[in-house]
Design a binder for this molecule. Structure first.
Ligand code: URA
Length: 224
């Protein structure tokens, strides 16, 4: 007898509107996103930086948008912010290889200063154009826990009324089987100095520990 298939968790949903959720496997999504022309950012960027990590990851981290190094390597969080994030994940006892890392916007946006490409924040239209990819990643992975890094991801996941300073580190419900919380973006911490930086770093670490404890405590996907 063929054993019954494991029940898939119910899908989580973004608070902000999404015009369509593309179908296909995660690998098919990645291939389709590589040719994305939904907004003009593809013209200057080197490539689409799609999410990376195991398709069965129970923890998903959502950043803002790729930076210079991510654009060149084609992977999220490989630059300075990513190095801080990986250091904190390790301190929180989370294996970075078990985490699915992605971004709200999948192309690098920049302005030139001399020969340097300086990060420029994706605007509302560019964020909206990219939302179907994040919605599809959430739908395919159906993670138990999602961590929004910074305000752009938090607003996309929880809506514009969400206050990062007010509600940082507090559990939100993203779907019947997905809990989420928002915390500092590692780039914001790198821009800070002195005691503010130490405090924000400690808070990001605390929030990652909360996320790990949530997974351990039973924000778990049903076992096959
Ligand atoms: N900042 C982000 O939000 N994402 C990355 O991938 C790198 C830096």
């Amino acid at each position: 007898m063929v054993p019954p298939r494991a029940r898939r968790p119910e899908p989580p949903r973004l608070a902000k509107p999404v015009d369509e959720v593309p179908g296909g496997s995660l690998a098919a999504l990645r291939r389709a996103a590589a040719g994305c022309r939904r907004c003009p950012l593809w013209r200057d960027a080197t490539r689409t930086v799609f999410g990376a990590g195991p398709g069965r990851a129970r923890l998903m981290l959502v950043g803002e948008q790729p930076g210079n190094e991510e654009d060149l390597e084609g992977k999220p969080f490989v630059g300075p912010a990513g190095r801080l994030l990986r250091e904190l994940l390790a301190e929180a006892g989370i294996d970075p290889l078990q985490v699915y890392l992605t971004n709200t916007v999948k192309h690098f946006k920049f302005r030139m200063r001399g020969k340097r490409r300086l990060h420029s924040r994706a605007n509302a239209a560019e964020q909206a154009a990219c939302r179907p990819w994040l919605a599809a990643e959430l739908d395919r992975l159906r993670p138990a826990v999602v961590v929004a890094l910074g305000a752009m991801a938090a607003h996309t996941l929880f809506g514009n009324g969400f206050g990062l300073l007010r509600e940082r580190g507090r559990w939100q419900v993203l779907g019947p089987e997905t809990h989420a919380l928002a915390t500092w973006h590692p780039s914001a911490i790198l821009r800070m100095r002195g005691p503010d930086r130490d405090a924000a770093r400690a808070q990001l670490l605390e929030d990652l520990r909360t996320a790990a404890a949530g997974l351990d405590r039973g924000f778990a996907r049903p076992s096959p």
